[in-house]
Ligand binder design. Structure first.
Ligand code: ATP
Ligand code: MG
Length: 769
C-alpha cells in the first residue's frame, strides 16, 4: 500500500485505525491533514463505500485537493463519490435535497452577508426603529451568534440573560427583529450562511426519518480543524455520528482562532468525554518548518496559559533567522516587502507563488498592492471585496436568483428597476405594503398587479418585468446555466448597456460581466459529480457560487504572490511568509486586548501565521500608518518580544526619497526598542555586528542609527499629498501648496496637532515621512 509509505509511526497508527472514535490533537505542520487524507484512501482501499464517507474541511479548495490526492493515491475516480467539503457546502447540499420537509423550496436562495443586512435594513425601517441604535451589521452579528449557538427566536426572547444584555445595550427590540428576520427569510425562500447550520440541526432533530437516513449514510465521519467548530456544528456532528461512532477529529487547540464566531476549544477537550474508548493519537514531528521557525513558534504559544501540553520538534535544517524589519510608514513597509520578494526571486530562484503576505485585517492590503504593482510582481488578494460582491455582478446574479426562486424578495427588489424600466419608488412601496397587508409574497403582488389599481404606466412596466422573468424561467427548465445567463443579458439589455458605457468604470464593469459569463460557461462544461437532474442548471450553479469562500478562489498553480488575512491562511503553507503590521493596536488588535482570553486568541493567531512558513519568515512593522482616516503612531507588537533573540535578526528598512534613515529625538522610543538598543546608544540590537545593507533591491536597508536632531527638509520637496512630520504638531498630510518659490506655504492637516494649519515652509521644522 503505497499510500502508507513515508508516514511516521503515530501517523500510520491513525491511518490504520478503522472503527471507533479517534482524535488527533497535534501542533502545526505535524501532518494532521495529511493523515486525514490518507485515512480516506485507506478506508476506500479497505472496502468502505465512498458514498458512506463524510469529510468536513475548512475550505472547498482543501476538499478538492483531498479528492485529488485520494484519487492519486488510489488511482481511481471512486473519490468523486465522497461527501466532502466545508460544513456549509455539505449541509447546503443535504438541505437542498430535504428542503421540502422544512417548507423551503428545493432551490432556496442562499443570502450572503450583504443580502442579509439589506433584509434587516428593510425590517428595521418597517419597525420605525432608529438605525443608529439598530445597525443592520450589528443586529446581524447578534442573530448570527444566536443561530450558531442554536438559540431560536423564541428561546432568545425568553432568555433572561440575553434580555438583560439587550436592555443594557439599548436594543430591547433585538428578539423581535430576530423573529421577523427569520420569518422574512422563510417567506423569501432563502437561508443565510448561519441557517445552513441551524436548519441542518432542525432537520435532524425534527424529522427522525431524516436523522435515520443520514446517520446510516455517513458511516465514517472525518473532520479537519476541529478546534474551530461552533456549538451548532458540534451538535450536528454528534447527531450524525451517534449510531456508528466512527468519528475522526483532527485539530490543534493552539490554532483555535474563531472564538469570536462562537467556536470553542471545549469541543476538543470534551471529545474524550463524549465517546467511550476514544483512541487518542499524538503527532510530535513537524515536517513543515525550519528549526528556527518552529522553536520560535513553540516559545510564542508557551506564553498562553490555557493549552494542551504538546511537544513539537523537527528534523528539518536550522534555517535562517527570522527577520524583524522596522519601517517608518506603512507605504515603506509595502515597498520593503515588494523589494524583498524581487530580491529573493533573483537570488534564490523562488517563484511568485512561493510568497505569502499575511495580515491581521483586510484593510492592510493597499500598500502591498501598490508596491507589488509598481514592481510588476503579479499577485492575488484573497478576501476583501470579492468578485461576487461587486455591484454589477450582484445585479446580474440577482436575475439568475429570481428566475430560480421568485419568492426571493431581496433579489426582486434589486432588479425590479434595473436596468431602469419605469418602476419607481412609489410603486415599489405600494407593492411592499400590499404584500404585507395581503400576506403574500412581493412577487405574487407583481404577478397579480392588475388587481390592485396601479397607474397604467407602472402596471405596464410591472407586467413586462413579470413576463420576462417567467419566460426566462421556462428557458431554465430545459437549458443549462450558461444559456440562461446569456439570454438574461439579451432580454434585459444589460450587456449592451454596459458595452456602450465607455468610461473606465463602465469598461471594467463590462469586463467583469464577461468574466462572470465565462465562469458560468466553465461550470456548465465541468463534468458533474453528484448526478443531479438538471446537472449543470442554474440552481446548481447558484448554490456553488454562494458557498465559495475566500480561500477557494483560483488554482494553486497560478504563479502569483498571495495576499490574505491570517484567518484565511489557516491550514496552508508557503516557503516564504511575510507577517506584516506587527504593531500594538493592530496585532494584537486593539479590539482584542481587554481580557486574557482575547489576548490569548490573538497570540494563537500569531502562532498560526508563524507556522505557515516553511523556510523564510519576515516580521514587519511600521512606526506610523493611516488607520480610520488618521495617522497613527504605533509601538511594535508585544508578540515580538516573545521570541528569543537568538532566533531574530533585526533591521530597519528606510529609504524611498531619502537615503539616510532618520531616527531622531522625535521618534518615541518604545520599551521594545529600548530593550534592543545596544548599550552605548548605538544601533538596534543585533544589527551592529552585521554589514549593512542587509537586503538589496532598490530600497536601502541599513541599521537604524537614531540621529539626535530634527533635520527639516528643503521647502522645495513638499507637495500636496505627502505625509509630513512637524516638530510641534506631529504627523500630518499636506493638503494644498501656495505662495511663490521663495515663500512656499503649505496647508497641512495634523490629526493629533489641532487639525488644519497653514505653515510657512521657510521657517517650519517640517520633514517628510
Ligand atoms: P496545520 O496545523 O497547519 O493544519 P497539519 O498538521 O495539518 O498542519 P499538514 O499540512 O498535513 O500538517 O503537513 C505539513 C507538511 O508536512 C505538508 O507539506 C505535508 O506534506 C508534510 N508531511 C506530513 N507528514 C509527513 C511525513 N510523514 N513525511 C514527509 N512529509 C510529511
Ligand atoms: Mg492541516
Amino acid at each position: 500500500m503505497d499510500y502508507l509509505a513515508g508516514l511516521n509511526e503515530p501517523q500510520r497508527e491513525a491511518v490504520l485505525h478503522m472503527d471507533g472514535p479517534l482524535m488527533i490533537v497535534a501542533g502545526a505542520g505535524s501532518g494532521k491533514t495529511k493523515v486525514l487524507t490518507t485515512r480516506i484512501a485507506h478506508l476506500l482501499h479497505s472496502g468502505v463505500d465512498a458514498f458512506n464517507i463524510l469529510a468536513l474541511t475548512f475550505t472547498n479548495k482543501a476538499a478538492r485537493e483531498m479528492k485529488e490526492r485520494v484519487e492519486h493515491m488510489l488511482g481511481s475516480t471512486e473519490a468523486r463519490n465522497l461527501y466532502i467539503g466545508t460544513f456549509h457546502s455539505v449541509f447546503a447540499r443535504i438541505l437542498r435535497a430535504e428542503a421540502h420537509r422544512l417548507g423551503f423550496p428545493n432551490n432556496f436562495t442562499i443570502y450572503d452577508t450583504d443580502d442579509a443586512k439589506s433584509v434587516l435594513k428593510t425590517i428595521i425601517n418597517e419597525q420605525n426603529l432608529d438605525d443608529k441604535h439598530y445597525k443592520p451589521g450589528q443586529v446581524l452579528n447578534r442573530i448570527s451568534a444566536a443561530k450558531n449557538s442554536l438559540v431560536s427566536p423564541q428561546e432568545y426572547e425568553h432568555d433572561y440573560y440575553i434580555q438583560q444584555e439587550d436592555t443594557r445595550s439599548n436594543r430591547p427590540m433585538m428578539g423581535k427583529l430576530y423573529d421577523l428576520y427569520v420569518k422574512r427569510c422563510f417567506k423569501n425562500g432563502a437561508m443565510d450562511f448561519d441557517d445552513l447550520l441551524f436548519k441542518m440541526h432542525e432537520l435532524l432533530t425534527r424529522f427522525p426519518e431524516a436523522l435515520h437516513k443520514y446517520q446510516h449514510k455517513f458511516k465514517y465521519i472525518l473532520i479537519d480543524e476541529y478546534q474551530d467548530t461552533n456549538p451548532a456544528q458540534y451538535a450536528v456532528i454528534k447527531l450524525l455520528g451517534a449510531v456508528y461512532e466512527n468519528i475522526c477529529v483532527v485539530g490543534d487547540d493552539a490554532q483555535s482562532i474563531y472564538s469570536f464566531r462562537g467556536a470553542t476549544i471545549q469541543n476538543i477537550l470534551q471529545f474524550e468525554n463524549d465517546y467511550e474508548d476514544v483512541k487518542v493519537v499524538k503527532l510530535e514531528q513537524n515536517y513543515r518548518s525550519t528549526k528556527s521557525i518552529l522553536n520560535a513558534a513553540n516559545k510564542i504559544i508557551g506564553n498562553n496559559k490555557s493549552q494542551i501540553e504538546k511537544i513539537l520538534w523537527t528534523d528539518n535544517a536550522d534555517g535562517e533567522k527570522i527577520r524583524v524589519v522596522r519601517t517608518m510608514t506603512d507605504n515603506e513597509e509595502g515597498k520593503f516587502v515588494a523589494d524583498a520578494i524581487a530580491e529573493q526571486k533573483l537570488r534564490n530562484h523562488y517563484s511568485n507563488k512561493d510568497f505569502a503576505i499575511l495580515y491581521r485585517t483586510n484593510a492592510q492590503s493597499r500598500s502591498f498592492e501598490e508596491s507589488l504593482r509598481r514592481m510588476n510582481i503579479p499577485y492575488r488578494i484573497y478576501g476583501g471585496l470579492s468578485f461576487y460582491q461587486r455591484k454589477e455582478i450582484k445585479d446580474y446574479l440577482a436575475y439568475l436568483r429570481v428566475i430560480v426562486n421568485p419568492r426571493d424578495e431581496e433579489g426582486v427588489r434589486r432588479i425590479i428597476n434595473y436596468p431602469a424600466r419605469g418602476i419607481g419608488k412609489t410603486t415599489v412601496d405600494k407593492v411592499t405594503l400590499l404584500a404585507g397587508e395581503q400576506d403574500i409574497t412581493f412577487w405574487e403582488v407583481l404577478e397579480r398587479a392588475g388587481e390592485y389599481g396601479f397607474r397604467a404606466g407602472a402596471l405596464e412596466a410591472i407586467e413586462g418585468f413579470v413576463t420576462m422573468i417567467k419566460s426566462l424561467r421556462v428557458l431554465a427548465e430545459k437549458h443549462n446555466a450558461y444559456e440562461v445567463a446569456v439570454q438574461v443579458g439579451k432580454s434585459t439589455n444589460m450587456v449592451r448597456e454596459l458595452f456602450n458605457d465607455k468610461s473606465t468604470e463602465g469598461v471594467a464593469r463590462y469586463e467583469n460581466i464577461q468574466e462572470l459569463l465565462n465562469s458560468i460557461k466553465e461550470f456548465t462544461e465541468t463534468p458533474t459529480e453528484d448526478g443531479e437532474l438538471i446537472e449543470r442548471g442554474l440552481g446548481a450553479y447558484l448554490q456553488q457560487i454562494s458557498l465559495l469562500t475566500d480561500a477557494d478562489q483560483g488554482g494553486d498553480d497560478v504563479d502569483v504572490v498571495r495576499l490574505m488575512t491570517i484567518h484565511a491562511a489557516k491550514g496552508l503553507e508557503f516557503p516564504c511568509v511575510f507577517s506584516v503590521g506587527l504593531e500594538e493596536g493592530l496585532f494584537p488588535n486593539a479590539m482584542a486586548v481587554n481580557t486574557r482570553e482575547e489576548l490569548e486568541e490573538e497570540r494563537r493567531l500569531f502562532y498560526v501565521v508563524v507556522t505557515r512558513a516553511k523556510s523564510k519568515l519576515w516580521l514587519t512593522y511600521a512606526n506610523s500608518r493611516y488607520r480610520f482616516g488618521s495617522l497613527m503612531q504605533n509601538e511594535p507588537s508585544r508578540f515580538l518580544q516573545e521570541i528569543p533573540e537568538e532566533h531574530l535578526d533585526h533591521s530597519f528598512a528606510g529609504g524611498g526619497m531619502r537615503n539616510v534613515p532618520r531616527g531622531g529625538s522625535l521618534w518615541k522610543e518604545s520599551a521594545y526598542e529600548r530593550m534592543h538598543r545596544q548599550p552605548g546608544g548605538g544601533a538596534a540590537a543585533g544589527s551592529t555586528a552585521r554589514p549593512a545593507p542587509k537586503t538589496g533591491g532598490s530600497s536601502k536597508v541599513v541599521a537604524h542609527v537614531p540621529t539626535p536632531d530634527f533635520a527639516p527638509d528643503d521647502p522645495a520637496v513638499f507637495e500636496a499629498g505627502v505625509e509630513v512630520e512637524h516638530l510641534k504638531f506631529g504627523f500630518g498630510k499636506v493638503l494644498r501648496m501656495e505662495g511663490n518659490p521663495n515663500n512656499r506655504i503649505a496647508t497641512i492637516f495634523f490629526p493629533q496637532g489641532g487639525g488644519e494649519k497653514k505653515i510657512m515652509l521657510n521657517y517650519a521644522k517640517l520633514r517628510m515621512v
